[in-house]
Design a binder for this molecule. Structure first.
Ligand code: ZN
Length: 269
């Protein structure tokens, strides 16, 4: 386990969000540029801002910036990070991955989007392959809410919402059983998928949300925008009390222990 560091105190308000984006497709693909001329990150940023109505500070960090935009200063002053990557997961340095994972253990919230299922950060936190089935056929997706009282589902007008043209993700999604499941998707072509999943790692909350393929205008959809913002709110840190990431030996007990026991220190090396 990484060594313990104090959890940076969270300012009371506003919530400090870092939208991390690989930001490669928009530079190379005309089709993606047409959907997201200013980059997908700008659309995610506006989705969070409009749903928070001012009680949030959102900044952008991208892969090609020094340290991928995730300096120690940025990480220490981030309450919630959102993560979108697709074709360059392998280019994210292991050092940055370790730092992000440590911040999650310390309490930073993490929202992983769409193809971020294969991000190093997500795989490290899940401990599984995070593999799935996929098909790009512009098919209909119906996202059923299976946990209507969950804060991430807040604001839904019906039991489900639909996206007309999506890339399909299908089971088996190789993830640990989610602590909470919020959405299950049905696809026109027949597959199903656990598309809104929550976990806790250390003090940090994680939300995986499936929609978001780069050639479809998914992040302009009002339901997706609200769920994204709800997810950010839900994984926000609850306290700034430090979380111990080491395994300290407690030589002096809190109350007296009656038995006599000789410790062989060589067994603990
Ligand atoms: Zn995709």
């Amino acid at each position: 386990m990484p060594s313990s560091t104090p959890t940076p105190a969270r300012s009371a308000s506003p919530l400090r969000v870092t939208v991390w984006h690989e930001y490669r497709h928009e530079k190379k693909s005309k089709a993606v540029q047409e959907v997201y001329p200013d980059g997908m990150h700008t659309v995610m940023k506006s989705a969070i801002e409009e749903n928070f109505q001012g009680d949030v500070e959102v900044r952008i960090a991208t892969l090609d910036e020094p340290e991928h935009g995730l300096t120690d200063e940025v990480l220490a002053s981030t309450d919630v990070m959102t993560w979108w990557g697709h074709s360059a997961h392998h280019e994210v340095s292991d050092e940055t991955v370790e730092k992000v994972v440590r911040r999650v253990y310390e309490g930073m919230g993490l929202v992983v989007l769409h193809s971020g299922h294969y991000a190093k950060v997500f795989k490290r936190l899940m401990g599984t392959t995070c593999s799935l089935k996929w098909r790009e056929a512009a098919e209909r997706e119906r996202l059923w809410c299976v946990n209507p009282g969950h804060p991430i589902a807040d604001g839904m007008e019906k039991d489900y919402f639909e996206l007309d043209h999506t890339e399909m993700y299908g089971e088996l999604f190789d993830i640990p059983t989610p602590d909470e499941l919020v959405f299950v998707s049905w696809f026109e072509g027949g597959e199903v998928f656990r598309s809104g999943c929550c976990w806790t790692r250390g003090k940090g909350k994680i939300f995986y949300f499936r929609p978001g393929h780069e050639t479809f205008p998914i992040y302009f959809n009002k339901d997706v925008r609200r769920v994204l913002a709800n997810g950010v709110k839900h994984v926000a840190p609850r306290s700034s009390v430090p979380y111990t990431l080491k395994a300290p030996q407690i030589k002096v007990p809190l109350s007296p222990i009656g038995s006599k026991h000789e410790v062989d220190p060589s067994l603990h090396k």
